[in-house]
Design a protein around this ligand. Structure first.
Ligand SMILES: Nc1ncnc2c1ncn2[C@@H]1O[C@H](COP(=O)(O)OP(=O)(O)OP(=O)(O)O)[C@@H](O)[C@H]1O
Ligand SMILES: [Mg+2]
Length: 271
């Protein structure tokens, strides 16, 4: 569906794929989000940066059904949506790799990719005998891994616990990429990865953009953000402190806004 690759330059002229307006989320007396707006356009990588506790994970959880916001609303492809559970967002085409990586270490790569959405065999074997289409899932998992250029994974039947950290992360991203038909959300996908492994994940993110799939990338790694992002949403103390681009602002500008040393004036209009 999202086959056209849209260049970030003209993003402002088009309707966003995903919009959030006025998201509020409190945890008792702790304010996680304090009225946050976010727009994600087709074919862009939108980075979300901010200090620890700035509300990045809370924001993406509210976008992906892992948390239900106290106030605010979401619009997906110009239709209002409400996600009560992560499955709701997945069904709507939004795939997420959460900060706490959810993979089943003892299972192989194909099983991990199809966890929770196993495919049955065609015909009576699947419908009556409920037999799973292991070969089909394995073939499609191989194709997804190959599509994403994860050459280092040699055997798709290898248990995920035997993979390196980077390969494991790559499987999680591959899974999101394979099933995310509208949006892919990645919370800290390169945290704790080496240089080579991080680059692999960054290349995968660029590959998703090439395919026209928009990506929300949460990261503390400024060089990574400045390398792949088209736009950068800055969270600070539960609010959006501004939206910048790698061209308009330097990494130190970004950090200054993030920490409150610099203020951007009302960068994102609330409509
Ligand atoms: N389930 C929860 N219960 C209570 N407080 C929470 C909960 N989840 C988040 N918070 C609080 O909400 C605020 C935002 O947290 P969040 O996890 O969104 O931050 P973050 O920007 O993702 O930080 P980090 O960079 O450390 O991942 C923090 O003050 C955090 O302690
Ligand atoms: Mg977080």
């Amino acid at each position: 569906m999202t086959a056209t690759v849209n260049r970030p330059q003209d993003t402002q002229l088009r309707a966003p794929i995903l919009s959030a307006r006025g998201l509020v989320k409190t945890f008792g007396r702790v304010i996680g989000l304090d009225g946050v707006d976010l727009d994600l356009y087709a074919g862009e990588v939108l980075a979300v940066i901010g200090d620890n506790g700035a509300g990045k994970s809370t924001l993406i959880k509210c976008l992906t059904g892992a948390l239900v916001p106290d106030a605010g609303h979401l619009v997906l492809e110009e239709r209002p949506v409400t996600f009560r559970r992560p499955q709701d967002a997945r069904a709507a085409g939004i795939e997420t790799v959460y900060q706490t990586l959810a993979v089943a270490p003892a299972l192989d790569i194909a099983s991990n990719m199809y966890l929770g959405r196993e495919e049955r065999r065609r015909g009576i074997l699947g419908s009556v005998f409920r037999m799973l289409d292991h070969r089909g899932m394995r073939d499609r998992a191989s194709a997804a891994v190959r599509d994403l250029g994860i050459q280092t994974i040699q055997n798709i039947q290898q248990p995920v616990e035997t993979l390196s950290g980077g390969q494991r992360q790559a499987v999680a991203v591959a899974r999101a990429a394979a099933f995310g038909s509208k949006v892919v959300v990645l919370d800290e996908p390169t945290a704790a990865l080496g240089v080579k492994e991080s680059n692999q994940v960054l290349e995968m993110i660029k590959g998703l953009r090439e395919r026209g799939l928009p990506v929300i990338l949460i990261s503390h790694n400024m060089p990574h953000v400045w390398e792949v992002a088209d736009r950068i949403h800055i969270q600070r103390l539960g609010r959006c402190a501004g939206v910048i681009t790698p061209d308009s602002h330097t990494m130190s500008d970004g950090v200054a806004i993030m920490t409150g040393a610099t203020n951007l004036q009302d960068p994102q209009p609330t409509s």
